[in-house]
Every structure is written in C-alpha cells, then in structure tokens.
Ligand binder design. Structure first.
Ligand code: GLN
Length: 292
C-alpha cells in the first residue's frame, strides 16, 4: 500500500460517524499525517510530499490500530505517546495530562521572572513545581535556564515515573522529584523557594466528568478540582506563601471561570502585585502573586 491509499482509507474510517454523534476529531487529515510520520519515522512534510511512498504491511497494521484508537476518542498524543511542549518532545501516557499550549503562557512568565532573579540573587534561583504531571513546566524551565535548581512534586507515582523519564531524556535528569499530597504540605528548603509554579487540577467536578465522557481518557485526578475547581488552589496558597522567600513569586494555572477567585485568594493570603495573565484565546489563565 502507499501513503495516499492509507490516507484515503484512514479518512473514511475517521469521518464515518454514527447518526447524530459529533465527529471524534476536528482534524482528521492532520491526525493521519501525524500517525504516518510517526510510524514511518519521518517528519510531517515528508508524508505530505510523498503520497507514492510504499508502506509495509506491518506499518499499515500499526496505522489502522492507531486510527481505531482515535476513532474511540483517544487523543493523538496518547496514541503516539508523544506531545511537543515548549519545542521539546515529551513522553505522555494516560497517567499524565497532555501538555497544552495554554500552559506555555505560565512558562513564558516564569522565564521572565527567573531571568530577573538570576541577576539579582547571590545564588541560582530555586524553583518548585507542584502537580508536575508529565514534568512539562519544570523541564521547560530547566531546559531554558540551566542554572536554576528545580524540584517537582506530584501525588501520583505513575505521573512521577513519566516526569522522571522526560527529565532523563530532556534535561539530563537534573530535576529532583518528590511524591506528595499538597494538601498535607509542600517541600520546604532552608533558603526558601524563589518561584513556585503549579498547574493543579482546577476543573469543577461536574465539568471534569463531562469532559472525560468523550473518551479522551485524561486522568481525572489531574483535572478534578472539587465543586468550584479551586480546592487544590485554596490548599496550595497558604503553604506556598509560607515557604516562598521574600520577593518570591507564585504562578498558578487556573480555569477562565475561576481565575478571578484564585486571584482573590492570593490577595487574601498576603500576596501583592497580583496579575492575571490571559492565554492565546484571551481567556484568564494564569494568576501571579509576589511575596513582599
Ligand atoms: N484546561 C486543562 C485541560 O483541559 C485543565 C487542566 C487542569 O485541570 N490543570 O487539560
């Protein structure tokens, strides 16, 4: 079979839907190109430029397996076990949330803060990432500013296993990982943290269970933030305040629907210079505060 033939049959399968149900993917062509480039070990432009390329039987079998999983609603990233974030290839499995472009807003702001701290502090800035998941935030920061010291935590050992693998392949294993439940406290160090970052579960429980009905299979533990989505944010803020250094910063990703409330909690705790950063769709996404 050829690339063109596989594309055609793959598209027929993905576009064929049960009456009344929504299509499982908005981007069937792109999904197919990603699967083919992944299976043939090429980049996407090669697949688009070479419709005549022969595909072996084993490769065709892998392709149709991937298409079947996609048809059931499994995200492309879980099928290829890979998602690019901050220009880096992350291993992802259903044990971790798939890194999203929105979270790059938090990384961008964290880098601005760290660049300033790097010049002001007499020692390398110390960063703590809470609810690290795939490790995407911690690793993006360490990769961009290698001199920082990064510690990352998660409640899930399965997630930490994936984060550690990403740390090994992307930043030479230069991150310390600690398992823990943030509701019971967060790691503290003698020098205190200069920056705490977190993308905690922040989706209201009812919305989280609805989100997962489409078969996308992301871990509910990483999404469900309780009734208003802010259970973990409320738990995190006092611990973070206590363990930040003076002039230290906190950056938390939130939902567009609860960012304002999260900002209020920061203010109530004593944080100053509160800012809400918006994402690519102009939605409130990241709250920032500074400890005076
Ligand atoms: N908006 C995020 C997602 O859909 C939610 C992540 C979170 O709860 N931290 O992946």
């Amino acid at each position: 079979m050829t690339v063109a033939e596989l594309k055609k049959s793959g598209l027929e399968i993905l576009l064929h839907k049960k009456k009344g149900s929504a299509p499982v993917t908005q981007t069937p062509e792109l999904d197919i190109v990603i699967f083919l480039s992944f299976i043939l070990g090429t980049n996407k432009s090669f697949i688009m430029a070479h419709p005549e390329k022969d595909v072996s039987q084993i490769q065709a079998k892998l392709f149709f397996e991937a298409i079947d999983k996609r048809k059931e609603g499994l995200p492309v990233a879980y099928i290829t076990r890979n998602r690019e974030f901050w220009g880096l290839p992350f291993l992802v499995t259903p044990s971790v949330l798939i890194p999203k472009a929105d979270t790059e807003i938090l990384v961008e702001r964290a880098i601005q803060i760290l660049e300033i701290q790097k010049n002001l502090l007499p020692r390398p800035p110390q960063v703590l990432d809470i609810c690290t998941g795939s490790g995407c935030i911690a690793i993006a920061l360490k990769h961009t500013i290698p001199e920082i010291i990064v510690t990352a935590t998660d409640i899930s050992l399965d997630a930490l296993y994936i984060a550690k693998k990403n740390s090994e392949s992307l930043v030479n294993n230069q991150i310390v990982f600690i398992q823990g439940d943030l509701r019971e406290g967060i790691p503290s160090i003698h020098g205190k943290w200069d920056l705490i970052v977190s993308n905690p579960p922040y989706v209201p429980s009812l919305v989280a269970s609805e989100l997962l009905e489409d078969g996308r299979n992301e871990p509910i533990l990483a999404l469900d933030g309780g009734e208003d989505g802010l259970d973990l944010v409320r738990a995190l803020i006092p611990h973070a305040y206590a363990s930040l250094a003076t002039n230290g910063y906190i950056l938390i990703e939130t939902g567009e629907y609860n960012a304002q409330n999260a900002a209020t909690y920061l203010k109530r705790e004593g944080f100053v210079d509160i800012v809400i950063h918006t994402d690519l769709e102009n939605q409130d996404r990241v709250v920032e505060g500074k400890k005076q």
